[in-house]
Ligand binder design. Structure first.
Ligand code: PEP
Length: 252
């Protein structure tokens, strides 16, 4: 069985005090969790340094929400993979739908970020997912496979040996409307099956997370589906007790 992974995406939330409180709460509550469930949090870039200090010696891994594909240079406001690695970051989210929508990130840019992350030892969490309109037009499968194939074309299927994929239907993000476990499982199976046509070992090893209004009330059922290996959690990751309850529901 693949190990589970639960990642909190804190988005543009948190003060120094809130970050400290949240991480202290998570560190305490995380202690009893089995080693089969990995937990990571992705604070804002500004809070990565603080989080790195607070997480020293804990089992909770540090993630980031985005990166620039270049190593360094005149890119005002941007943060590179080596900078993140220098601050103890091990996971980085790439291609989140909010980046695609509000920052006009294309599949090509997402692929560059994915490659830059891996080059510097970071594990990319590739987000893919269809909009409500695309879903209503019956295009869900086509959209997620084309987003996945953009990375396969740029990086090769072997790149998924050390990467994570998060299926995040846009209509479920922050809306309180979750895909049912059966709906999510179906898409996850399509993704794994697609990768299996290219490389069976990569497909069976890659961690496929679900994201979109995950909370402790629905996570246990999602995690029991055979191709759902964890979750990328937005809103519910901002409360220690709720996020820990989600992580615990992956421990079975
Ligand atoms: C996300 O933005 O990655 C996400 C899944 O958000 P939420 O859990 O709030 O829907």
């Amino acid at each position: 069985m693949r190990p589970k992974l639960v990642v909190g995406n804190w988005k543009m939330h948190g003060s120094r005090q809130q970050v400290t409180q949240l991480l202290e709460g998570l560190k305490q509550g995380n202690e009893g969790l089995s080693k089969d469930v990995a937990v990571a949090v992705a604070p804002s870039h500004l809070h990565v340094g603080l989080a790195n200090e607070l997480l020293t010696g804990s089992q909770i891994a540090l993630g980031a929400q985005d990166l620039h594909p270049g190593e360094e240079g005149a890119f005002t406001g941007a943060v590179s993979a080596p900078m993140l690695a220098d601050y103890g970051v091990s996971y980085v989210i790439v291609g989140h739908s909010e980046r695609r929508q509000f920052f006009a990130e294309t599949d090509a840019v997402v692929a560059e970020k994915f490659l830059a992350a891996q080059e510097h030892g970071l594990r990319p969490i590739l987000c893919i997912g269809e909009s409500l309109m695309q879903r209503e037009q019956g295009l869900s499968e086509q959209i997620v496979l084309s987003q996945l194939d953009a990375i396969v074309a740029a990086a090769g299927v072997q790149a998924f040996r050390d990467a994570v994929i998060a299926y995040e239907p846009i209509w479920a993000i922050g809306t309180g409307q979750t895909a049912t476990p059966t709906e999510a499982q179906q898409v996850h199976w399509i993704l794994r099956d697609h990768l299996a046509e290219l490389d069976a070992a990569v497909a069976s090893g890659v961690q496929l997370l679900y994201g979109g209004s995950v909370k402790s009330a629905n996570s246990g059922k999602l995690f029991r589906e055979p191709d759902i290996d964890g979750a990328l959690v937005g809103g519910a990751s901002l409360k220690a007790e709720e996020f820990l309850a989600i992580c615990k529901s992956a421990d079975f």
